[in-house]
Design a protein around this ligand. Structure first.
Ligand SMILES: Nc1ncnc2c1ncn2[C@@H]1O[C@H](COP(=O)(O)OP(=O)(O)O)[C@@H](O)[C@H]1O
Ligand SMILES: [Mg+2]
Length: 250
């Protein structure tokens, strides 16, 4: 369920002990509040499948009933080392990056998983610890799973057009995604949705923008060249990119 587009006054901020929280008010629910006030609690109590991912860097879990009618994906960025915590003290944490970018992208009309909340842990002495980014669950396969399984080239072409349509919206604003592996592009019912916004960046300098968008184009094509070789899909992606005006970047 996609909630209404937000304005900045629809974000509530609060601080609790060593956590600072920002949450969009349209998602208020007692269970979500309970989690935001104590993000360390065991998520098993909310049910759902085991985490999609759980390693030293990140933990990603879909929680079915934190908010009514709307599964939520919780991504926790784990602190890798003390040095990492120090480095994050001067810059934004990765969850905060996602949060800020998601808000900006929504305002630009880019298809992303709608942002729900962001939590920052503070370790004392200004050091930033772990951070959490919560977004709506988007129902749809990744382009890696979906595109090769389609045997009709016209249908494949339409799906690619949706992907390029979403990407054109960021590229036209001189924004590069920075990590366009196929698992970061979900094919929802009527649009392609971008995930993993952490590496995204907007470039003021025209040349820098072209160079980084060109890297996005290469990374997208690499999905069908090296990661999951599929020559026909590679060519079709090249053709669709060229029709959208992005071939000259390569
Ligand atoms: N909002 C979402 N809706 C649906 N699936 C998601 C969502 N966020 C993450 N996922 C799933 O979890 C996987 C890992 O999440 P991601 O944010 O891409 O983390 P990583 O940094 O490990 O790549 C994604 O490839 C996708 O399958
Ligand atoms: Mg990813």
């Amino acid at each position: 369920m996609i909630r209404a587009a937000h304005t900045s006054d629809e974000v509530e901020s609060f601080a609790l002990e060593n956590f600072r929280v920002q949450c969009r008010t349209c998602y208020q629910s007692p269970r979500l509040r309970d989690f935001l006030e104590d993000p360390d609690q065991d998520l098993k109590k909310y049910g759902g499948d085991p985490p999609i991912k759980d390693d030293k860097t990140t933990t990603v879990k879909v929680v079915p009933n934190l908010v009514e009618d709307c599964p939520i994906v919780i991504k926790r960025y784990n602190t890798k080392s003390a040095w990492h915590a120090v480095r994050r003290t001067v810059g934004r944490s990765r969850a905060e990056n996602c949060w800020m970018r998601a808000m900006a992208l929504e305002n630009l009309g880019v298809a992303i998983a709608p942002p729900v909340a962001f939590i920052q842990e503070y370790l004392g002495a200004g050091l930033k610890g772990r951070s959490w980014y919560l977004a709506e669950f988007v129902d749809g396969p990744s382009c890696l799973d979906r595109l090769p399984a389609i045997d009709d080239e016209t249908v494949q072409g339409k799906q690619l057009e949706q992907i390029i349509d979403t990407l054109k919206k960021i590229w036209d604003h001189h924004i590069a995604h920075g990590d366009l592996k196929g698992s970061n592009i979900l094919l929802a019912q009527d649009r392609a949705v971008l995930l993993d916004l952490d590496a995204m960046k907007q470039y003021e300098d025209e040349e820098a923008a072209r160079s980084h968008i060109s890297k996005d184009v290469e990374r997208l094509l690499r999905n069908w060249k090296k990661d999951h070789p599929h020559p026909a899909l590679y060519e079709l992606t090249q053709k669709k990119l060229s029709e959208a005006g992005f071939s000259e970047l390569r």
